[in-house]
Design a protein around this ligand. Structure first.
Ligand code: BG6
Length: 490
């Protein structure tokens, strides 16, 4: 069976505003939850810089999944001795024309980017959107159109205007649904004619602490109440989007590392099933439109007493189902009976190599995952993030020979093609994370690079920020030109 993909398959790349854009105090942009996050590393997690009412500075950990709780009375503060990567990121804000041309050079026909909520509504509570912010994304989308590249817009990528996080505890408050819908309406009004594909939230199943989603506790009652508000917000956005843009298609994005039981011991198998439901909970509710029967058991083990719902919520979920399921896939995890719930990472898998950041590399897991989701949900899929975070060395000509990235992607593309061509999974497209090097979400590092294009910048933001294609750039161009068929030769 050939690796050639269906003719209308979409090929592209994916980014997130606070990791890529910069320009944090330009064009009327308001402060975003991520703006107070420092850089970090695998060994030393990033942190928020905050001040207590008495003046004491505190630095709660802001790691990928297990952020420290933030005391209610703490206020964010920028400190001179700290570096905040979102402020400059890699400056897409000023270099979007060059970056889009580079992406077009590989033949991308789609580009997934996120809109910065606080660029459009600086505090989240204005009545009218910020025209300068809207104009920036007009310019980006129009530039893409020159190359026949269509947008896939993430409305909310793990972020919230800081004001909403501080005043209302973010998504803990039902009021934030209204702020989000006002923001969605502004986007649909402005870009509705130019954009077909929308994602209501990024990695909603990995709701993290204070920074990204605005809730101060990322566990228990608060987490699941916040998630309920996000489900309703998403469902209402889907309904509004369908009304305003009849040809639009909506998804939400899930972090879908594959999950294996450590052994075939029945207890490990059953634990895996329950742990997997930590993810299905989010997909089922949003894509099937109701809380599944296992939800009560899941709430119980997270000490959720009661999810407060309004009478119409059940109907809203039903009527605001997603049109497709999009997900990120980087790795698989292994779990066993007795592991804590939502234990990302789990046990080591002796059959898999790991990246320098300890992420197991598992291409076949992608095929497994695609089948698993498609079997269950029976709606089209969209792989909107996948890639290898690696340490790239530039040679004397400023060139990176990233054969390891080519190998990683090639292996994943082959199993993706098998899932589509052999298993019959309907998949709309693939956007690789991240075509141009950008700042890592989990560690805030720059040296964890994913791109086809090298950006000359170090972990503290020093460098020319010049862009140089790596070896994988021409390889990807060839893959897209042949719509995957070239993978037969590799
Ligand atoms: C996904 C996020 O979780 O993984 C991205 O949606 C993130 O924002 C990506 O960058 C890779 O993670 P990291 O930590 O290597 O940047």
């Amino acid at each position: 069976m050939s690796y050639a993909l269906p003719k209308d398959f979409l090929w592209g790349g994916a980014t997130a505003d606070f990791q890529y854009e910069g320009g944090f105090n330009e064009g009327g942009r308001g402060i975003l939850s991520h703006d107070y996050e420092t850089d970090g590393s695998l060994e030393n997690p990033r942190h928020h810089t905050l001040k207590m009412p008495g003046g004491e500075i505190i630095r709660p950990k802001s790691s990928f999944f297990h952020a420290d709780p933030v005391p209610k009375e703490a206020q964010p503060v920028f400190l001179d001795d700290s570096y905040y990567p979102s402020h400059q990121a890699v400056d897409f804000y000023h270099r979007y024309k060059e970056d889009i041309a580079l992406m077009a050079g590989m033949g991308f026909n789609i580009f997934r980017f996120s809109i910065c909520w606080s660029r459009i509504f600086p505090t989240g509570e204005e009545n009218e959107p910020n025209e300068k912010g809207l104009k920036f994304y007009d310019a980006v989308i129009d530039e893409m159109a020159k190359y026949n590249m269509e947008p896939l817009i993430t409305i909310c990528h793990d972020e919230i205007p800081m004001e909403l996080a501080l005043k209302y505890d973010g998504w803990s408050s039902r009021y934030v649904i209204d702020c989000y819908l006002k923001y969605c309406k502004a986007l649909f009004t402005r870009y509705g004619k130019k954009c077909r594909y929308w994602l209501t939230f990024n990695e909603i199943n990995a709701i993290r602490g204070f920074g990204p989603c605005g809730t101060r506790e990322s566990a228990g009652q608060d987490r699941y109440q916040a998630a309920h508000h996000m489900f309703i917000a998403s469902a209402k956005a889907v309904q509004l989007g369908h009304e305003m843009m009849p040809n639009s298609m909506f998804g939400a994005m899930y972090a879908m590392s594959e999950l294996y039981p450590e052994t075939c011991k029945p207890e490990d198998m059953f634990h895996q099933l329950q742990e997997r439901r930590e993810n299905w909970y989010f997909i089922d509710t949003m894509a099937r439109g109701y809380y599944h029967s296992y939800s009560k058991d899941l709430w119980k083990r997270h000490n959720v007493k009661e999810i407060q719902m309004e009478p119409n919520d059940t109907q809203t979920l039903k009527e605001g189902q997603l049109d497709f399921v999009s997900f990120s896939y980087y790795r698989s995890n292994t779990t066993k009976a007795g592991d804590p719930w939502f234990n990302v990472g789990g046990s080591a898998n002796p059959y898999l190599e790991v990246t320098p950041w300890g992420w197991p590399v598992d291409p076949l897991g992608l095929r497994y995952c695609m089948n698993e989701i498609y079997d269950r949900i029976q709606k089209p899929l969209f792989i909107v993030e996948n890639g290898l975070g690696a340490i790239d060395e530039v040679d004397e000509n400023n060139f990176v020979e990233d054969d390891y990235r080519i190998d990683y992607l090639s292996d994943h593309f082959k199993v993706m093609a098998d899932a589509i061509n052999v298993d019959g999974v309907h998949c709309l497209g693939y956007t690789m994370w991240a075509p141009i090097d950008l700042v890592s979400l989990s560690t805030g590092e720059m040296k964890k690079r994913y791109g086809f294009v090298y950006v000359d910048m170090d972990d503290k933001g020093n460098g020319t920020l010049n862009r140089t294609p790596k070896k994988s750039y021409n390889w990807m161009k060839r893959v897209i030109e042949t719509n995957g068929a070239v993978l037969d030769e590799l």
